[in-house]
Design a protein around this ligand. Structure first.
Ligand code: NI
Length: 270
C-alpha cells in the first residue's frame, strides 16, 4: 500500500498558495530542467493526546510509513519523530515535531490550553487533521505577540496550525547541481534570502547530512483587528551522504534541525 500522490499534491498546493516563494523556486528549478524530488515534509503540532505526533503520523503509518527516529530540542521545548517508507528512498520522509506545552510559562500554557479546549469537541469532525490549518478561527494579534515571547513555534502554530510547515528539495536527485553550495548560490543569485542561523549550510558530510533553507515568506495575515505581516513557511534543501555501510543516511541531525526551525522566526517586514 502506498499513500496516494494526491495527498502530497494537496499538501503542496496549500503550501504554495500560502507562500509566494515556493512557486517561484519551483519554476526556477524547472527552467533549468530539474524534476524535484522531496526529501521530507515537515509538520508541527502540540503535545496534547488528540493532536500529538502519533496522531499526526497516523495517516502515514496506515500507508506504509514506519517510525525511524526520535529527537529532542531542549531549548525550543520540542520533541520530534521521523517516518519513512522502508526501501523506497524516492518517497518523502515525514518529520513531525511537537511543542511540549508544559515547559512554557504559565501564561502561555493558559492561552494554549484554552485554544485546545475550544477545538477539542470538533476534532472528531476533522476528516484529516493535516488540512485543518488554524481550527480556532481568526487569530488575535495580542495572543500572537504574547506567544512569541515564549516560543516562536507556539506563535507560528497559533496562526498557521495544521499544514505542511515546509517541503524539502532532495539535492541528491538534482542533475545540474553537484553541491548544496551550488544550490544556495543559485537561490541567492535569484534574490532569495537564506536562513543564516548557524551558517548557510547546517551539518557536514561527516554527519552525512547538509541542509539549508530560505527564510520564511512574510505574508499578510488577517487577525481580528487588521492584517499583519508575519513569517509563514520556508523551503528547505537537503543533501545526504552514504554512511560507512554504503547506505545513505536517512535521519536528521538535531543541532542542524534546531537552526532550521529558526527560518520562521519573527522579523520585521521590509
Ligand atoms: Ni526540514
Amino acid at each position: 500500500m502506498s499513500i496516494p500522490f494526491q495527498f502530497f499534491n494537496q499538501l503542496f498546493d496549500e503550501y504554495q498558495k500560502l507562500n509566494p516563494s515556493v512557486n517561484k523556486i519551483h519554476q526556477l528549478f524547472k527552467n533549468v530542467g530539474e524534476e524535484i524530488i522531496n526529501d521530507h515534509i515537515a509538520f508541527r503540532t502540540l503535545n496534547f493526546p488528540e493532536i500529538n505526533i502519533d496522531k499526526i503520523a497516523q495517516p502515514f503509518i496506515e500507508n506504509g510509513y514506519k517510525e525511524k527516529g526520535n529527537y529532542r530540542f531542549k531549548e525550543k521545548k520540542l520533541t520530534a519523530k521521523h517516518y519513512e517508507i522502508p526501501n523506497n528512498p524516492s518517497m518523502p520522509k515525514i518529520f513531525i515535531s511537537q511543542l511540549m506545552t508544559y515547559e512554557l510559562s504559565e501564561t502561555a500554557q493558559r492561552l494554549i490550553s484554552s485554544l485546545y479546549s475550544d477545538i477539542q469537541s470538533n476534532l472528531n469532525k476533522a476528516s484529516n487533521l493535516l488540512f485543518e490549518g488554524n481550527f480556532w478561527g481568526t487569530p488575535d494579534y495580542h495572543i500572537y505577540e504574547r506567544l512569541l515571547e515564549d516560543s516562536e513555534y507556539a506563535a507560528w502554530f497559533y496562526v498557521f496550525g495544521f499544514r505542511a510547515n515546509h517541503f524539502t528539495v532532495n539535492v541528491n536527485y538534482l542533475e545540474n547541481f553537484d553541491s548544496l553550495e551550488a544550490v544556495n548560490e543559485f537561490l541567492k543569485e535569484n534574490d532569495f534570502k537564506l536562513n543564516t542561523s548557524g551558517g548557510e549550510i547546517k551539518g557536514t558530510p561527516q554527519q552525512y547530512l547538509e541542509q539549508s533553507s530560505t527564510l520564511a515568506d512574510i505574508i499578510p495575515v488577517r487577525f481580528s483587528d487588521k492584517a499583519h505581516h508575519i513569517p509563514a513557511c520556508y523551503y528547505e534543501f537537503a543533501r545526504r551522504y552514504p554512511q560507512s555501510n554504503g547506505e545513505l543516511f536517512n535521519g536528521f541531525i538535531t543541532s542542524s534541525a534546531d537552526k532550521i526551525f529558526e527560518s520562521t522566526d519573527y522579523r520585521e517586514p521590509q
